[in-house]
Write a protein that binds this ligand. Structure first.
Ligand code: PXP
Length: 241
């Protein structure tokens, strides 16, 4: 079975930096540490409100990231223009609302199918992979394939919220069913949101899972054991060691 890859979301380092408006901690330095320890790539979300990651961050990261550089973005003309100039290895389309604390819920692919198809067409022509961040729902998986995406990223937030409680079984089944449908119809499977060393093992059993995007738990854990230790800890879980 191919190894599942870890892409670290370094937005949370930028959140800390923006709290003081200075230069520390630097998400670029964080990205370099993550890759040195074995992360397969780096993920950032350039939000329309520029709450954490800034334009200068994405430009600098594009130059230093050695593995996959994955840009999460809303269906916004302004951000699409930046992404076209930047040419990341992958874009992940996410819903975005100004008042949210973090990305809530998946993209409504059916409701935005024409727009998403158009955006997918533009980026595909330039060799950029396209992933759609969706709820664990087999119908949303099918619509993502209809839109021409290369990957779905299964939103694991609902599962993480009920992990260890009575709803866990039902939520992990939704993830498994969606991943199975993706494999059946030939679209790649990524997953992320809310994952940590404790709730990750069941998710690793999802069919066809290629890549995980994890941020908050890694940066939180790094306060106590360092960023290198936090990345290593998750890689050990992923690799079953
Ligand atoms: N994937 C997507 C599409 C996201 O929006 C986020 C949150 O920025 C993540 C993964 C990572 O989630 P977390 O920070 O909870 O690990």
């Amino acid at each position: 079975m191919p190894k599942i890859k870890l892409c670290v979301n370094v937005d949370h380092i930028a959140t800390l930096r923006q709290a003081r408006g200075g230069l520390e901690p630097d998400p670029l330095k964080g990205a370099a540490v993550c890759e040195k320890i074995g992360a397969a790539g780096i993920t950032v979300h350039l939000r329309e409100d520029r709450r954490h990651i800034q334009d200068r961050d994405v430009e600098a990261l594009k130059k230093i990231v050695k593995g996959k550089f994955n840009l999460e973005m809303a269906l916004s003309d302004e951000i699409i223009e930046i992404a076209l100039r930047l040419a990341p290895d992958q874009i992940t389309l996410v819903p975005e609302r100004r008042e949210e604390i973090t990305t809530e819920g998946g993209l409504d692919v059916a409701a935005n199918l024409d727009r998403i198809k158009k955006v997918v067409g533009i980026f595909k022509g330039r060799g950029t992979l396209i992933s759609l961040f969706i709820e664990p729902d087999p119908v949303a998986v099918e619509r993502s394939r209809d839109a021409g995406a290369d990957y779905i990223e299964i939103h694991t937030g609902s599962y993480c919220n009920v992990f260890g409680g009575p709803g866990e079984g039902a939520e992990i089944k939704r993830i498994y069913r969606s991943a199975e449908r993706a494999v059946e119809i030939g679209i790649g499977v990524n997953a992320g949101h809310g994952l940590n060393a404790g709730n990750l093992p069941p998710v690793l059993k999802a069919a066809g899972l290629e890549e995980l995007n994890i941020g908050h738990s890694i940066i939180s854990r790094s306060v106590f054991i360092g960023l290198d230790g936090a990345v290593r800890e998750l890689l050990d879980v992923i690799n079953g060691s």
